[in-house]
Design a protein around this ligand. Structure first.
Ligand SMILES: O=C(O)CCC(=O)C(=O)O
Ligand SMILES: [Fe+2]
Length: 248
């Protein structure tokens, strides 16, 4: 067992080994109702993260596709690329079906995937959506990655390289919950109030994991930021189901 995996599994009162910066500053945020976010701000050591940034910036065949949202066509406000195991069902979002590249074309991605699998026991990612935000004008608007091919409780592991950006989570409006809250007394409402928005500053080399019902109950976004002057590369590892309804 690697030291990284061992230190992740040990009880939290035990400090990570000095060489495993990966777990320093680890945050686990319980969003309630079976949704959870984990934030490892120092997942990839800085120098290694810059090497991967340079490789990805130059070697990935980035495209900026035309997408369709609410019946309106527009250019996606960031560059993208898609990697997937062979034989998986096609990914399609906002009327766009990205070409699925093979992991073999980009060996460093396999190294990054291995590192992610080590820190998340039981995970088994078979696809990757890459995003490149050239500057603060590039963004991703509020959405959930709730496509059926990911199943009801997808785990999504997201790594940041380069310019830090804010990542926001906002509870999706639910009519059932709204009614319940409206029926409560103001005092009870105050007592049981839980934040329905969270913000994370995703730094160079950080890892953020969304799991459980986060895609069903929450939206996320990376808003425009005038002050973000340089490029951010983001990798989101996902597991596409190959079982019932989605034959491999
Ligand atoms: O850039 C990010 O941190 C998020 C990207 C994202 O939400 C997505 O690719 O679905
Ligand atoms: Fe997303």
């Amino acid at each position: 067992m690697s030291s990284l995996l061992r230190s992740f599994l040990e009880p939290s009162e035990k400090k990570p080994t000095p060489d495993s910066t990966e777990l320093k500053g680890k945050q686990v945020i319980d969003l309630g109702n079976g949704s959870e976010v984990i934030h490892l701000p120092k997942f990839v050591p800085k120098e290694q993260a810059w090497q991967w940034y340079e490789y990805l910036d130059k070697q990935i065949p980035w495209t900026r596709p035309t997408i369709r949202v609410f019946g309106k066509s527009s250019i996606q406000p960031r560059d993208t690329c898609y990697i997937a195991n062979e034989g998986l069902p096609d990914l399609k979002y906002s009327g766009y079906q990205p070409y699925a590249h093979s992991w073999d074309e980009f060996p460093p991605l396999k190294d990054i995937l291995k590192l992610v699998h080590e820190v998340l026991p039981g995970s088994c990612f078979n696809s990757l959506v890459l995003n490149r935000y050239k500057n603060g004008s590039d963004y991703v608007s509020w959405h959930a990655d709730d496509e059926p091919l990911y199943g009801p409780t997808p785990e999504i592991a997201s790594i940041t390289f380069g310019c830090e950006r804010e990542f926001m989570l906002r509870r999706r409006p639910s009519r059932a919950e709204g009614t319940k809250v409206a029926e409560q007394s103001p005092r009870k409402r105050l007592k049981t109030a839980v934040p329905d928005q969270h913000s994370f500053l995703l730094k160079h080399g950080s890892l953020l994991v969304m799991r459980g019902y986060t895609q069903r109950d929450w939206h996320h976004s990376v808003p425009k930021r005038a002050k973000a002057g340089s490029t951010r590369i983001n990798l989101t590892f996902r597991h596409v189901l190959t079982t019932a309804g989605f034959p491999a």
